[in-house]
Design a protein around this ligand. Sequence first.
Ligand code: ADP
Ligand code: MG
Length: 193
Amino acid sequence: MVLRGSGWIEVIVGGMYSGKTEELIRRVRRAEYARLKIQVFKPKIDDRYHAEDVTSHNQNSVSSIPIENSEEIWVHLKDDTQVVAIDEGQFFDNGLVEVVQALAERGIRVMIAGLDTDWQAKPFEPMPTLMAIAENVTKQHAVCMVCGDAASRTQRVAQVDGQVVVGSHGIYEARCREHFKPEVLPPHVHAEA
Ligand code: ADP
Ligand code: MG
């Protein structure tokens, strides 16, 4: 999927723990092997593991530029950048849509990873719009913590306020459609063997 000369938008979505960040890092590494010029961005809000790195739940990481909003990409963008990777796209303002369109128009390959739905399984903008305008969409699944099936939802398992609550263990759990409820549920405790 490496393009030269032509711009392109690719989106990686799925619930929490579905391996979005892992996949983004894998694509960034491949672009590095291709000796492409890459810049990685993430929202400042996401400092779960490291203020500067994009880090997956299994501690893979790549260095990145933390930014406050989508417009800030223009401040940091270098003239010779060929690939732009953005993690946690759902934490950005809707202006991200225009920014990535403009980047692709310039011939840049843009990849964005993020949650397609929030903790109530509602579309989480700007990811759904990005999915619509992208050339390529990859939808990933985690493993349901109740039954082990493919998980498409992110279950909130701790009482917290608002759509945006950054965190992972103890607050969110991967669930399949059957075991997901759009309300706060207690964490699933596996029965002792
Ligand atoms: P995302 O960015 O989609 O939240 P990451 O790429 O950061 O996901 O992390 C994916 C990793 O999370 C998996 O490789 C695995 O090691 C770990 N993990 C933890 N819980 C689960 C789960 N319920 N299903 C799948 N992977 C899980
Ligand atoms: Mg992630």
